[in-house]
Design a protein around this ligand. Structure first.
Ligand code: SAM
Length: 267
């Protein structure tokens, strides 16, 4: 890229990714809405509904597991978007007030934004919601076999070592626990649509970033990280490599593959 993210040492790359998210933290929602024409909200609603957090039928529930509710780890979840939706779903759909979410993110500014937003939810300062600064590739704070559901939404493409993060997800999940990832992916079978979409993302998104957030470079980086992310099949193979059993086809395309949801189950 013109700012050479590929040719710099890993530690420095991590710092630069950190700077990108510090820079976009406060304008994050507005930008997401503009960039995806509001569709990211529908994807997120669908993602959470399909996981059905707080439902009594959880594979990882063994007979001697007396813990009530689900223990959910939302990684790269800084803004709290997914966490709040999961807690709302557990409460309102499954009548479950025990399910709890730990939001983990490498960036303290993003977590501060999520914490601030949680002030407008019923979960602020309750045991159902906690925040943790952590690198997804190495989370010694989280014990082995302790998590029922691990989610990562629009985060993993920014990780330096994605396989290490998948291995870490496998370690922290209970047997029967579910790994679920929503990420930008590859548009499938629609060459013309793909062409339009690429033009939109490579020219319009950095421009909108410049106009709305005064920050072209960060949004240019975000577009490039989408382009570099593995295809649906390649990413499914990485999940399997971490040890997960892949249910069915392993992924679901959203909006022709602009994004995809991947899943794995720890055997
Ligand atoms: N999950 C939210 C959503 O769906 O809107 C936020 C996604 S935001 C695009 C990506 C997040 O990944 C940022 O908050 C960033 O700080 C975080 N991140 C990047 N690298 C990380 C890493 N190695 N470990 C944990 N979080 C990371």
């Amino acid at each position: 890229t013109h700012f050479g993210f590929e040719n710099i040492p890993e530690a420095e790359k991590e710092q630069r990714v950190g700077a990108v998210f510090s820079s976009v933290a406060s304008s994050y929602d507005t930008m997401n809405d503009l960039m995806s024409l509001g569709i990211h909200r529908l994807w997120k609603d669908h993602f959470v509904r399909s996981l059905n957090p707080g439902s009594p039928s959880m594979l990882s529930r063994s007979a001697d597991d007396k813990e009530k509710g689900w223990n959910i780890l939302d990684v790269a979840g800084g803004s709290g978007d997914i966490a709040f939706r999961m807690l709302d779903h557990a409460t309102n759909i499954n009548n479950d007030r025990d399910t709890r979410v730990t939001v983990a993110d490498i960036n303290a500014d993003m977590l501060a934004e999520g914490r601030k937003r949680s002030l407008d939810t019923p979960y602020y300062n309750t045991k159902r919601l906690s925040f943790m600064v952590a690198n997804a590739e190495h989370m010694p704070q989280v014990p082995d076999n302790s998590v029922d559901l691990y989610t990562v939404s629009f985060g993993i493409r920014n990780f330096t070592d994605k396989q290490a993060a998948l291995n870490e997800a496998y370690r922290v999940l209970k047997p029967g626990g579910v790994f679920a990832c929503m990420e930008f992916s590859k548009v499938q079978n629609f060459d013309l649509f793909n062409e339009v979409y690429k033009r939109w993302s490579f020219s319009a998104i950095p421009l909108i970033g410049h106009l709305v957030a005064g920050d072209r470079a960060s949004y240019q980086y975000l577009v490039e990280s989408i382009e570099r992310f593995p295809s649906q099949e390649e990413f499914r193979a990485m999940i399997a490599k971490a040890g997960f059993v892949i249910p069915g086809r392993g992924y679901e395309n959203l909006s022709f593959g602009i994004a995809a949801i991947h899943r794995g189950v720890k055997p």
